[in-house]
Ligand binder design. Structure first.
Ligand code: ADP
Ligand code: NI
Length: 204
């Protein structure tokens, strides 16, 4: 039964995200789903509900769909078509509502915390770096710029605005542990980036 629910969820997500080029593709949904399962298991939360919420966490996101309200309606009727109780649907829906770090909402359930942590872990480390430049390129932002008006639009600036702060905004100990290495990797990347950026400056 649980296997069927997961299968149908994957198909629903695949249909919506297979063509994404902003770093919110099917593979992002799969990583967040699996990481949610992993964290939930370690934290004694329900891995099944965490995984479903992980698969679906970006379905009604305003930056990924033209009509988030409609996406939310479709999401609810999809969940109602599965073998889930009303209580399980409520837990999944409320976790999805609070996951986005842009909206700055605080999850009010453990499942919400787990999925938010899983989504944040996917925004840091090597994969997080790749996703940031993919997102920035899609938005036609520069990689980096020293001029003050362009600087704020650059993907490198996004590391300072958001990505380097994420490790201190995690809820679960499991995610905090995983984040340590990924955070250090981003710091190393930025050091190397600026070393290369400044390499020829000494000869100017
Ligand atoms: P959420 O999906 O939680 O609402 P965001 O849309 O802000 O959060 O971020 C999701 C992904 O998009 C992250 O990997 C993040 O790095 C990337 N992203 C968001 N805004 C930018 C930006 N201005 N420049 C580069 N990457 C960004
Ligand atoms: Ni996401």
């Amino acid at each position: 039964m649980k296997k069927d629910v997961i299968q149908q969820t994957k198909a629903f997500v695949y249909q919506r995200f297979q063509h994404d080029s902003t770093g919110h593709d099917y593979a992002h949904m799969e990583r967040v789903a699996k990481m949610s399962h992993y964290i939930a298991k370690k934290e004694d939360a329900d891995p099944f509900l965490a995984e479903i919420a992980g698969w679906l966490h970006d379905v009604a996101d305003s930056k990924l769909t033209d009509d988030p309200k409609q996406a939310e309606v479709e999401l609810r009727s999809f969940l109602e078509s599965l073998y889930l109780t009303e209580e399980q649907i409520t837990v999944i829906m409320s976790a999805i509502e609070t996951v986005s770090f842009r909206k700055g909402k605080q999850p009010n359930s453990v499942i919400g915390q787990v999925v938010q942590d899983a989504d944040r872990l996917d925004a840091i480390g090597a994969i997080g770096i790749a996703r940031a430049f993919s997102f920035g390129g899609n938005r036609e932002n520069t990689i980096y710029s020293e001029s003050s008006e362009q600087k704020n639009q650059s993907t490198i600036q996004h590391f300072y605005d958001k990505l380097l702060r994420l490790k201190d905004q995690l809820h679960t100990n499991t995610a905090k542990q995983i984040a340590k290495e990924r955070h250090l990797y981003m710091e190393g990347f930025l050091n190397q980036f600026f070393q290369e950026w400044d390499f020829l400056k000494k000869d100017e």
